[in-house]
Design a protein around this ligand. Sequence first.
Ligand code: NDP
Length: 283
Amino acid sequence: MTTVVDGRQLATQHRAKVREQVLELDGGPPRLVAVLVGEDPASQIYVRNKQRAAGKAGIDSESIQLPADTDPAELLDRIAALNQDPGTHGILVQLPLPPQIDPGAVAAAVHPDKDVDCLNPANSGLLVRNQARLRPCTPSGCLHILDAHGVEIEGARAVIVGRSEIVGKPLALMLLHRHATVTLCHSRTRDLAGVAREADILVAAVGVPELVQGDWVRPGAAVIDVGMNRLEGGLVGDVAFEPASERAGLITPVPGGVGPLTIAMLIENTLEAFRLQRGANAA
Ligand code: NDP
């Protein structure tokens, strides 16, 4: 029997746990500020969903909307002001950004203790050392799904397709720290299907609709589909769900799989960021 993960239910449960902790905080609630540059409709939906989830966890949130032609210096000034503001505990700058803005400079500008998306290079470095204080949201969501379903990570062969800074690369590190044997694939990988077939845990984070075919899945494998491809017919993952689910032991659907957990982890990071800034008082 294949387990189809209910990401929405897992996210609701996780948010409830965060809410309990938020309600017990001294000097709370934490506050999350989302900065949105331009009017990309998908980004607006994501930010709205994140704010809604924050509210359900008892976390205050605000979004700052800036025009698409915002000068890079103006954005960096805004971020600097949020870094200084003791009433702001988490800062996220919604991606993608307009072409005149360098996302690397923006990531480096967010104070590491407020970096709830975990994109500041200081936080990436701590992750490499297995000393992370804030963890990247989507990879954390993937691990949460595996743990919630009792998938054994230690000693498992994990194959990740996609080596982005935001998903594939940090997830590879996090699985490695949990003692999986990790293979990180990308557009130049030879015999991708053959490598994928060796996986006990197969993660697709590519952005190519249904790239991972059913016969790429080793029978009984856990298949985590991070992909979110907006096609005319709706949202489609990076895995061909029907054929893959015939072979997988566990599989995440799109939508309703990794996406809700990503947001739940962002909310948890906002709580952790608050604690980092308040020190032991907020424990
Ligand atoms: P990027 O575009 O940053 O990276 C894509 C990666 O896939 C690259 O490493 C690229 O290789 C690799 N790749 C592209 N084509 C192929 C191919 N044909 N074969 C093998 N590898 C390939 O993507 P992201 O990591 O930002 O996002 C990936 C997907 O996940 C997207 O659909 C995105 O929308 C979704 N996503 C979902 C989230 C969620 O919460 N559910 C959160 C974040 C992203 P190379 O490096 O060689 O170019």
